[in-house]
Design a protein around this ligand. Structure first.
Ligand SMILES: N[C@@H](CCC(=O)N[C@@H](CS)C(=O)NCC(=O)O)C(=O)O
Length: 228
């Protein structure tokens, strides 16, 4: 039995991009899991794993924290349907995850932070203000978001150019079939979809068509998640 500790917002929304990576990884491998929702101020739920962040999984007697460590653990403990079929594939997936963390997430966050704050559980809002406020230099998240959107989406869309070029040539970042690089980028889009009504992509963008494919994957797992 695998338990996934998953970040929860109001109305049982599950926006964490890193938890989405874990859900896609589990689905890719055909593994079943149960979810244990955790609000920002319920860190005691993951103390057993020595973690301050989710995802965390409990897989039998073993606990694993961090989405990348979870992916590596799953391949090691459940060798069927590997996430990484070679060392080169694993290293490239790591690179793509790092790119999403440092470029895509950083570009998305200012565009959704006001909407995101509005959907954090009321009991967790003070924590969000105190943890995110210093990073942004303000706790007026709505004004911060409005200012970021005034500049338009061009800077965000430009961060996607490496993916866009590839997706003009192939269906998925990993090739003809989806793989971990796709799951890493899809997590960023689910984070936005679940917390904000903002329209991030033009319909003629190859990334848009890819995102539709990702939403459909695994019986529409992403599409079925409660959106903003
Ligand atoms: N490197 C970690 C990052 C995980 C992470 O930052 N998770 C966020 C949710 S998206 C979290 O748990 N934040 C808790 C907090 O900010 O207190 C991973 O890949 O799992």
């Amino acid at each position: 039995m695998i338990t996934l500790y998953d970040l929860v917002f109001q109305d049982d929304r599950r926006p964490s991009p890193f938890c989405w990576r874990a859900k896609y990884a589990l689905s890719h491998k055909g593994l079943k899991w149960v979810e244990e929702p955790m609000g920002f101020t319920e860190k005691q739920k993951i103390a057993f794993a020595g973690s301050q962040t989710v995802p965390v999984i409990k897989d039998g007697a073993k606990s694993v924290k961090d989405s990348w460590a979870i992916a590596l653990h799953l391949d090691q403990a459940h060798p069927d349907k590997p996430l990484f079929e070679s060392e080169a594939a694993r290293i490239l997936a790591r690179f793509v995850g790092n790119w999403v963390d440092t470029a895509v997430h950083v570009a998305v966050f200012p565009l959704i932070v006001g909407d995101l704050y509005d959907r954090v559980r009321p009991v967790d809002q003070a924590y969000f203000r105190e943890s995110r406020g210093p990073r942004l230099g303000t706790t007026d998240f709505s004004a911060f978001q409005a200012k970021a959107r005034e500049k338009g989406l061009a800077a965000f869309q430009a961060t996607l150019e490496p993916a866009r070029r590839l997706l003009k040539e192939q269906l998925f970042l990993a090739g003809g079939r989806p793989g971990y690089p796709d799951y890493a980028l899809a997590g960023a889009f689910l984070w936005a979809r679940i917390t904000s009504p903002v329209v991030l992509l033009e319909t003629d963008d190859p990334v848009h068509a890819w995102r539709e494919r990702m939403l459909d994957l695994f019986d529409g797992m992403g599409r079925r998640a409660k959106a903003a």
